[in-house]
Design a protein around this ligand. Sequence first.
Ligand code: ADP
Ligand code: SF4
Length: 686
Amino acid sequence: MPRNQRFDVLFEPVQIGPVTAPNRFYQVPHASGMTNALPHVRARFRGVKAEGGWGVVCTGAVSIHPSSDDSPLPFAMLWDDKDIAAHALMTEEVHRHGALAGVELWHGGACTLNRTSRIAPISPSGMPWLSTHLGFMGNLKPRSMDATDLRDLVKWQAAGARRAMQAGFDIVYVYAGMGYLPYEFLLPEYNHRTDAYGGSIENRVRLVRELLEATRDAVGHKCAVALRISLEELRGRPGRNAPSEAHEVITLLADAPDLFDVKMDSSPTDCAPSRFAPEASHEPVIDFVKKLTEKPVVGVGRFTSPDVMVSQIKRGILDLIGGARPSIADPFLPRKIAEGREHEIRECIGCNICISSWHDGVPVRCTQNPTAGEEWRSNWHPEVFAPPASDSSILVVGGGPAGLDCAVTLARRGYAVTLADAAGEFGGRLRFERRLPGLAAWGRVVDWRLGQLRERANVNLYPGSELAPDDVLGLEHRHVVIATGARWTKMQFSTLEFPVGELDGPGVYTPDDIAAGVVPPGPVIVFDFDNYYLAGVIAEHLGRLSSEVAYVTTAGNASAWTYMTNELPLVHRALGKAGVPIHTLQRVAGFDGECVTLADVYSGAEKRLACRSLIVVGIRKPNDSLYHALAARPKDLDRAGIAGLSRIGDCFAPGAIVHAVHGGHRFAREFEAKAGEAPYTRDYPV
Ligand code: ADP
Ligand code: SF4
C-alpha cells in the first residue's frame, strides 16, 4: 500500500553534524542486557531494527573505564582495543540496512559501585547516589575527584570515542543523564566543588563541555557528537537569567554537540509505565530545547502513533522521533508506516517487562514482541516465518495471550488454524485486566493479535465455544493445543514462606471472582503475596469505588516486584490517592467473616482489622483438566486423527503475560520444525 502522505515528514533525512540520518526514526540508546559477552545476540537485536526502518540505531550504555562498572547489572564496554570487534559486529549489521549506528559512551560515577573492578567509585564531591532501588544500593561510598581524575575522565572519553570510531559508529555520545557522572556535576546537591567545576551554572557545565570537545577532537569530522542530557530536575530550578537552569544549560551548550538527546532524570519518569503516564509524557519538560539551539533534537515518549509523531515535528518539539520501547515492541514500526501499514504496528503496551529484564541481568524480553532478544540465538525474525511443514490443521483451545500468539504465529507460518474460546470475546485474563485502572493499553496484546487473525483466510475464530473433551475429539484437527489458562487459588502463606493450604469459606474471594463481576461487601481487604501488579490494581480499583478497602502484603512494599518495572513508587502513590491504607510485612493469620487477624511476618505480633471480604491474590494453578481428560484417552485421540496434544501458557506453567505470549510463540515456531539438541544457540565473546 502507498504511504499516507500525512506521514511524509517522518521520512525526511536529517543532517546530524557530518552524518545524515535517512529518516526521523531514531532508536535512542536503551538497555538491552546484552554485554560484550553476547556480541552476536546484540548485533542482530539492533540490526533487525535497522532492517525495520529505524534510521539511527544506538547501543545501550557503553562503559569507558573499569571505574564505571555496573555489575551485577549487565553493561557493555569499550575499555580497550580488544572490545572493538564485539561492537563492530553491531555497526556492520546496522549499516547493512542503511541506518546510522550510535554509541552511548558512559561513566556512571557515584551510581556505579564497581563491584567487580573494586575501584573506589568517583564523584564530584564524594556524595553517594541515594538509591531507593534495592538493585542499586551498596555500601561503598564514592570519593571526590581531584584535578588528575578530571583530566583522566576526559582522556577516557576521548579514548572511548576513538575506539567507537574504529568500531564503525557514526554518532558518539556524551552522557549527562540519569544520575551518572557528568549529570552529578550539573546538580549542586552532588557537586559541592569550589574549583572551576562547581558553583555557578557555567562552572557546573564545564565538565560536560570538555567531554564534548574531547569527543569531537577524537572523532574529527567522521562522526557526529551527541549530548544526552536529563532535564527534569534542572527544569524545576529557576535560573538566574532564564526561566530555569535547564534553559541555562542548553543555552550554554547550544553549539557544542551536533545533536541533543533530551530525557527525564529517573527511570520511573523517563521510562514511565503506561499505567501512570500517557504517550508523549516528556513534552512539558523538554519542549523548550529546540527554541534555544539550531542543532537537531531527539526525545522519547513511548511514541507509537504516527500522528503524534508528526505533531511533535510540526509543532517544533522534536526533529527526530526517539524510540526505545516502541522499537522493542515492533522493530518494523517505521517500515509499516512507510508501506501504508500503520494499522499493523504492534504497539508497546508500556508494561516495562523490558526494563525488568535489565534489572534481572538478562537479555531483553518483551510482552508484545516475543522475538526480542531471540533474533540470533533462536533465529526468530519478527516478520519472517518458516513455511508450514505439512498441511496439518491445528485447533487452539483458549484465546488468552498464549492461545492468541500461538494462533497468530501458526497462521503467519501458513497453517490452517482454528481458535476457540468459551467466552464471548477473546482475550483471556486481559478481558478483565484491561478494564482495571491504568491497564487499558495492555489490551493491545489482544487487539493486535485479533486484528492479525481476522485478516487471514487460513483462520477460523470461534468465540463463545466452551469445548469439552468430546467436542475436541469431534472437530477433526490434526493437532490440538490447549491454552485454557490458570485460576487463582485461596492458598495461604506461612511465616516460613510455605504455602499452607487454602482458606475457604464465606467472604473469601480471588481475582477470578472480581473478574466474574462479584462486588465484595466492605470492609474489603486485598491480601497480596503474588507481589506483581494485580493485587495493587484491584485494591486501587475497589478503593476508588468505596472507602472501606485496605491492602495487605507479606512483602515490604505494595506490589513489591514492580520495583523491577519502575511502577512501585507510582503504585504507592495511586493507592494513597485512592484512599487505600497499605499494611506491609503482614500475613493473614485468621478470618472469621467479621475481622481478619494479621500477623507480622518477622515478630508474629498480631492485629485485627474489620473485614467482611478477603480477596486473596497469591498462587495460581493451571486450568488443565481438559488437557488431562484428553491425554487420558490415547485411543480416542488416535481414532479422531489427532496426532499431537500440547498445552501452552498458563495452562502449562502460570506466569505473567510475557511468559504466556512467549510460550505460545515458541510452540508455533517449533511446531513440526526440526528440533536441535540445545534450546538455543549459545553466543561467545569475540
Ligand atoms: P493464558 O495467559 O495462558 O493465555 P488466559 O487465562 O489468559 O491464559 O486465557 C485462557 C482462556 O481459555 C480464557 O479466555 C478462557 O475463557 C479459555 N478457556 C478455558 N477453558 C476453555 C474451554 N474448555 N474451552 C474453550 N475455552 C476455554
Ligand atoms: Fe513495551 Fe512492555 Fe515490550 Fe517493554 S516489554 S517494549 S514496555 S510492550
